[in-house]
Design a protein around this ligand. Structure first.
Ligand SMILES: Cc1cc2nc3c(=O)[nH]c(=O)nc-3n(C[C@H](O)[C@H](O)[C@H](O)COP(=O)(O)OP(=O)(O)OC[C@H]3O[C@@H](n4cnc5c(N)ncnc54)[C@H](O)[C@@H]3O)c2cc1C
Length: 448
């Protein structure tokens, strides 16, 4: 059987792929084991030539959702397989950890992004993980997610045939080989991570107020350590600082002097930003340097100029899980929402053109003209550092010339930009109301 072999290649974000990928197994996808409880026929079989072709999308992140939004559902049926039924608006996720924003304000249901998956007879969303891609038979093997002890349904295996497959499953969180990270730290990638952080923060604040807790214990309970000085770590530290200065000082005044935040980064914080802005951010934040040398080892699926996986017909990869093959001569793009989103938009247009030209079915369109290759133009970076201050760096690269500003005006630009980027009007409204409520009444500190 011809399976996805070495679709992933080890590389750092700065390196290109050295080998053309052949087919083996997708990284973080394990081998399939058949479920005894399920008939072998379970799943969606191949489409007929008289039916609409089927685009199968793995993942409901920035890349997958932008792709689904742009797909013409009069040409294709869309099937999305993902362990979560919503997209996370990650740039604002850090704000939910301390209650500046509520969790639902940053979660966008997929059915709102692409309504066809809940209305069209041939389009679906499956709450499952893809475990294997069988490119010989144009099908994927999936397993429903575990229901965390709710005992609703034991994990079930099923298959879905595809005409076109888009892998948009993101990057796996890295522990950088540091022991104990998975057991003792909380990643910040999903809404449930933010919920866990908020619950723990409020729990420790309340426990440290209990009579009999020693000063040392209070300091331990209220010491927040943030690992990673990229935009996410810096923004989270800024949010924490605001929470401490504005809400803890007012509502937990007995313990306010015991709380502090340490940001650990092996190199410079916000290394992709202008040096002047980095100095500014450093001044804004409490920082403790540590000499750990983190090793970045990001696995990505190699793609060509049109985001195709060359060794697997009808398979495309976009977003954080993909990277250019060395043969393209292009550097690997940064793991950013703006890259993922633009790749999703580009690929939707490419697939629509293919569908219109009659090349939507499996093995169709192989000899058709695909049009312009994907080109990425960096629009700049932004990060908030707390206290109504942010950094805005509109240069296309670290070496290029252009606008880079810091301070209140940047914070205003940061907020306005993200408010307009929030996917739906419903969430845009939620975010605006949350910001206003926090400004007027402070953050909600009830531990629910
Ligand atoms: C807290 C935070 C803040 C960020 N802030 C910014 C920012 O300000 N600006 C910016 O440009 N970028 C930011 N980023 C980076 C940005 O979010 C990522 O680059 C972007 O999410 C990548 O999109 P993606 O679709 O490739 O992957 P993701 O958004 O990670 O989505 C991957 C999807 O695949 C699903 N999946 C995983 N495994 C499987 C499987 N086996 N089968 C099926 N589905 C699977 C996941 O559940 C998820 O739905 C931030 C990231 C984080 C975590």
């Amino acid at each position: 059987m011809h399976r996805l072999k070495n679709l992933t290649r080890f590389t750092t974000t700065h390196h290109r792929f050295t080998t053309t990928p052949t087919l083996s197994s997708l990284h973080h996808f394990t081998t399939t084991t058949g479920s005894p409880s399920l008939s072998p026929a379970a799943g969606l079989g191949p489409t007929k030539k008289t039916e609409k072709p089927r685009v199968v999308v793995l993942g409901s992140g920035w890349a997958g959702c932008r792709l689904m939004k742009g797909i013409d559902t009069s040409l294709y049926d869309v099937v999305c397989v993902s362990p979560r039924n919503h997209m996370v608006f990650t740039p604002l996720l850090a704000s939910t950890c301390v209650g500046t924003l509520e969790f639902r304000s940053v979660a966008e249901p997929i059915a709102r992004i692409q309504p066809a998956i809940s209305t069209e007879p041939g389009s679906y969303f499956f709450l499952a993980n893809c475990q294997k891609v069988d490119t010989d038979n144009h099908e994927i093997h999936c397993q429903t997610i575990s229901t965390d002890g709710l005992q609703t349904l034991d994990p079930m295996d099923f298959k879905v045939s595809y005409d076109k497959l888009v892998i948009a499953s993101g990057a796996e969180a890295s522990t950088f080989g540091i022991k104990g990270v998975k057991e003792h730290a909380i990643f910040l990638r999903e809404v449930h991570h933010a919920q866990e952080i908020r619950r723990k923060l409020l729990l420790n604040l309340m426990l440290s107020d209990v009579p009999g807790v020693s000063d040392d214990e209070k300091r331990r309970l209220l010491h927040c350590v943030v690992v990673g000085g990229g935009p996410t770590g810096v923004e989270f530290s800024g949010e924490l600082s605001d929470f401490i200065m504005k809400d803890v000082h007012k509502r937990y005044s007995h313990v306010k002097d015991y709380i502090h935040v340490t940001l650990i980064e092996a190199n410079d914080i916000l290394s992709s930003f202008d040096d002047r802005l980095r100095v500014y951010a450093t001044k804004q934040l409490t920082k403790l340097n540590n000499n750990n040398q983190f090793v970045s080892n990001v696995c990505r699926i190699g793609v060509d100029d049109w985001l195709r996986v060359p060794s697997a017909p009808d398979v495309f990869a976009i977003g954080d899980c993909s990277g250019y093959l060395e043969s393209t001569g292009k550097p690997t793009l940064p793991a950013l929402a703006q890259v993922a989103e633009r790749e999703g938009k580009y690929l939707a247009a490419l697939l629509n053109n293919l569908g219109k030209a009659g090349g939507g079915h499996a093995n169709g369109g192989g000899d058709m003209e695909l049009g312009e290759a994907f080109v990425y133009k960096h629009l700049g970076s932004m990060a908030t550092v707390g206290s109504y201050k942010a950094l805005v760096d509109l240069r296309q690269s670290k070496e290029a010339k252009g606008v880079s500003i810091a301070g209140f005006a940047s914070w205003f630009i940061w907020r306005s930009a993200y408010l307009t980027r929030v996917v739906s009007w419903r969430n845009r409204f939620y975010v605006a109301i949350n910001w206003l409520t926090t400004f007027v009444f402070g953050r909600d500190i009830s531990r629910i």
